[in-house]
Design a binder for this molecule. Structure first.
Ligand SMILES: *Cc1c(COP(=O)(O)O)cnc(C)c1O
Length: 383
């Protein structure tokens, strides 16, 4: 089966519109973690994510008749922009159905590529249903975000570039997983050429559809998924991706929201670029893996998959990085409402710095306080 995909990946037409992105060393991360950490900079693509690869490779293979009727997708995210730009490049009409709740900036960037945006429903499901109604009516071709062999092959070109850009041994490649299109294409290529390289998926711990499938030995549908890393908030791994992943992915690591935030900061320090939450999963996974395996001086690659971040979320993220780096702990404590109780509590913290403090009068007997405490990096003793 990978052979079929290898041919498709080698054949994939992506460079009319996508660029070969750099594979750069993350110097300060490498130093801090005692390994050589490399970032595959897909955030530098024309639409700020790798999605343009799969979308273009799918569109370019349509028949003339399909091209003349136009394409459609339902997406509020990076896939919408990939389809819009690919369609513009090929002179194909594109219709993108988005939920009415989609932020204006995303609607605009899709319109800027010349696509027609239809706003429908409050959630993704309603938008998807409407897209299928439009297909019935107008004969558009549906372009899936991950569950399609040509899309998977387009994303697989990321791995093709990595292996040609870096010829030394690679211990592992860490790949973010949503519906699995990216990791499937990359795993097929890597395991065919260099089976010694570990392929490790990284998912948010509240959106882990590939990990759940690997555990169950079959695709499962998650009841709910967290949406912090919106680029990977998918309830079920794709059918085609699963056929590849079940045999070619070595393991899946999950990370918390705080760990993702900390990784966004790490990436910023090394590149001065802001990754979106999904884009930082690879780095978050690398940090966890190094701590667990205690490896040193290995070459490790993370896909930095995208940079479509809403600006207004930066404040939330920067606040949470302290927690993700385990430099700060937030405690909710109940103490007796009487003289001296607060002093006793402070003494119990020894010399740790207090970073935040909140007192609420509850009743005459006890008080509830919230405190942020520095727990590392200059906290102990030096407070
Ligand atoms: C789509 C996307 C992913 C997940 O890719 P899948 O092929 O669905 O697994 C990860 N990161 C970003 C930035 C994305 O846009």
């Amino acid at each position: 089966m990978p052979q079929r995909y290898i041919k498709k990946i080698l054949d994939a037409r992506v460079y009319d519109v996508a660029i070969e992105t750099p594979l750069t060393e993350a110097h300060s991360l490498s130093k801090r973690f005692g390994n050589n950490i490399l970032l595959k900079r897909e955030d530098l693509q024309p639409v700020f994510s790798f999605k343009i690869r799969g979308a273009y490779n799918r569109l370019v293979q349509l028949s003339e008749e399909q091209k003349s009727k136009g394409v459609i997708c339902a997406s509020a995210g990076n896939h919408a922009q990939g389809v819009a730009l690919a369609a513009k490049k090929l002179g194909i009409k594109a219709v993108i159905v988005m939920p009415q709740t989609t932020p204006e900036i995303k609607v605009r960037s899709v319109r800027d590529h010349g696509a027609r945006v239809v706003l429908r429903g409050d959630a993704f499901d309603e938008a998807a249903t409407h897209a299928h109604e439009l297909i019935e009516k107008h004969g558009y071709t549906y372009i899936p975000p991950y569950d399609d062999p040509d899309v998977i092959a387009g994303q697989g070109t990321v791995a093709m570039e990595i292996l040609s850009q870096f010829s030394k041994p690679i211990h592992a490649v860490f790949i973010c997983v949503g519906g699995g299109g990216l990791i499937a294409g990359m795993a097929a290529y890597i395991k065919y050429l260099r089976p010694d390289i570990k392929v490790i998926g990284v998912e948010p711990d509240d959106s882990n559809c590939l990990q759940a499938a690997m555990k169950a030995g079959k695709r499962v549908i998650l009841d709910e998924v967290g949406i912090f890393a919106d680029g990977v908030a998918v309830k079920q791994i794709g059918k085609y991706p699963w056929e590849i992943c079940k045999d070619h992915v070595d393991e899946v690591i999950t990370v918390s929201t705080d760990e993702i935030c900390a990784a966004i900061k790490d990436i910023f320090e090394d590149t001065r670029s802001i990754s979106e939450p999904a884009g930082a999963l690879g780095v978050a996974g690398i940090k966890k893996y190094i701590e667990r395996e205690k490896i040193e001086n290995e070459n490790l690659v993370a896909t930095l998959s995208g940079a479509n971040m809403n600006f207004d979320r930066l404040r939330y993220i920067s606040e949470r990085t302290e927690i993700g780096e385990k430099r700060e702990a937030i405690l909710a404590v109940t103490i007796p409402e009487k003289p001296g109780a607060f002093k006793t509590f402070i003494n119990a913290l020894h010399k740790r710095s207090i970073t935040e403090f909140n007192y609420r009068y509850a009743d005459a007997g006890k008080a509830t306080i919230f405190v942020g405490v520095q727990v590392q990096a200059g906290g102990l003793g030096r407070g």
